[in-house]
Design a protein. Structure first.
Length: 403
């Protein structure tokens, strides 16, 4: 355990906070620099998004001592139903087939952010500095010199490791000279919470419609989180509909499997892009979260993938002296170890978007047939389930979920 070597996390979103908590859990002294105020959030402006947390994410949160607090705010996913509108093929996945209570949980973004922030604020090894806009980082021997503006006053500090978690547009990634591949899907997600007339019994739904993939995920209290993808040219019109008209269109696309939708909350819109950094590491800096990979939400994997990255970083840096050259070697090792999972997860999500956002008649029949066939193949279904739960490419120590 080392508490003497300074780690800086740039960015206090979900991923930066989770990285800070994880590295502090390892005994590192962590400073988190966040450009916004974090605290002064207007409750009306809170992000309406909810996140499906995979089984591996739950295990990592359990290892970090966070899951007890989060579980009561989250709803279990006990069954998953995947279908294609207008076709018969359906696949159902059940937690009980895997001898589990739940394949994952769903939690509102703002609640997860609040708990991670509170935990980080209360941790004696984490110092959170808000209104700190990081401008640049320079290598100085075995150290990094970080330049930032604190309340618009220039500041400089030295660190042994910088974890870059400043989001999909990552200003620091650009400063480090790391290029990105960007693919604009020309799609937007309409996100809102829906109130039901009855309980959804832990079913999560993924339905492929003419507009794009539509996910309905269970939330506590007879509510569901809607993520409905639309082609860019249709989103404005749908965002402008009255609540009643939108709920009717949702019923037209989804049917009545969940009974009646009786209310819809504040809507938010997210324009969807895939961004992938060409590498994860530059010297003693490592990219994480959206700064490394920003994904289409269709497979609900962005945060889950980032947590698996953080869990591997934890293993790769265990007992490593960050002031020595071993620190940089370990980061390169980390980059190598994360390649397979990142490629697989990004490829899976991108493959789903490509396959299901195309309404060529032959593809419609093919994907309906594939869903029906998968439903009849228990071994393959189990394999698909474990992949979705985050165990498709290895298991780091925190993913074993030991308290
Ligand atoms: C509609 C939707 C649904 C989703 N559903 C799921 C899901 O079900 N499951 C899942 O796993 N994932 C899901 N995701 C993905 C998930 O939300 C993201 O992966 C995650 O929120 C990324 O967080 P981040 O911390 O990397 O980035 P961000 O949230 O963008 O945080 C970056 C932070 O860095 C700060 N910052 C920026 N520049 C600087 C600077 N120069 N100096 C200091 N600070 C700076 C910003 O202020 C910000 O706080 C979904 C995404 C969307 C859009």
């Amino acid at each position: 355990m080392r508490v003497d070597q300074q780690v800086c996390i740039v960015g206090g979103g979900l991923v930066g906070l989770a990285a800070a908590i994880t590295l502090a859990h390892q005994g590192r002294k962590v400073t988190l620099l966040e450009a916004s105020s974090l605290e002064a959030q207007d409750p009306q402006a809170l992000d309406a998004r909810s996140l499906a947390l995979s089984y591996s994410t739950i295990q990592i949160l359990r290892s970090l001592g966070l899951w007890n607090q989060l579980q009561s705010m989250a709803a279990p996913i006990k069954h998953i139903h995947v279908s294609s509108a207008g076709f018969f093929g359906v696949t159902r996945l059940d937690a009980s087939d895997l001898k589990l209570e739940a394949m994952g949980y769903v939690i509102e973004y703002h609640l997860l952010l609040k708990i991670l922030l509170r935990h980080a604020q209360q941790h004696s090894a984490i110092d959170i500095i808000t209104m700190a806009q990081v401008d640049a980082v320079e290598a100085q021997g075995e150290q990094l010199e970080l330049h930032y503006q604190l309340h618009e006053q220039p500041q400089t500090r030295n660190f042994n490791l910088v974890v870059v978690a400043d989001g999909a547009n990552s200003p620091l990634r650009q400063k480090l000279g790391i290029s990105v591949d960007t693919l604009d899907y020309q799609q937007s997600a309409l996100v809102a919470n829906i109130k039901l007339a009855q309980d959804g019994n832990g079913w999560a739904y993924e339905r492929f419609t003419d507009d794009g993939p539509l996910a309905l995920l269970p939330l506590p209290g007879q509510r569901y989180a809607l993520v409905w993808t639309h082609a860019a040219e249709h989103i404005d019109q749908r965002m402008a509909l009255s609540d009643q008209a939108l709920l009717q269109q949702l019923h037209d696309a989804f049917g009545y499997r969940l009974g009646e939708f009786i209310e819809i909350g504040t809507r938010a819109r997210f324009d969807l892009k895939l961004t992938r950094a060409s590498r994860l590491v530059a010297g003693r800096c490592v990219l994480i979260g959206n700064a490394a990979n920003s994904l289409h939400p269709v497979a609900g994997q962005g945060f889950n993938l980032a947590l698996r990255d953080i869990a591997q970083l934890y293993d790769s840096l265990l007992d490593v002296d960050l002031t020595s050259a071993a620190g940089t070697d370990q980061l390169l090792d980390y980059q190598r170890l994360r390649q397979a999972d990142q490629q697989q997860t990004v490829g899976y999500g991108h493959g789903l978007v490509s396959l299901f956002s195309n309404d060529l008649p032959v593809l419609n029949h093919l994907r309906a047939g594939a869903l029906a066939a998968l439903d009849l193949l228990p071994a393959l279904k189990r394999e698909v389930s474990w992949q979705g739960m985050g165990y498709g490419a290895g298991c780091s120590s925190l993913m074993r979920g030991v308290d």
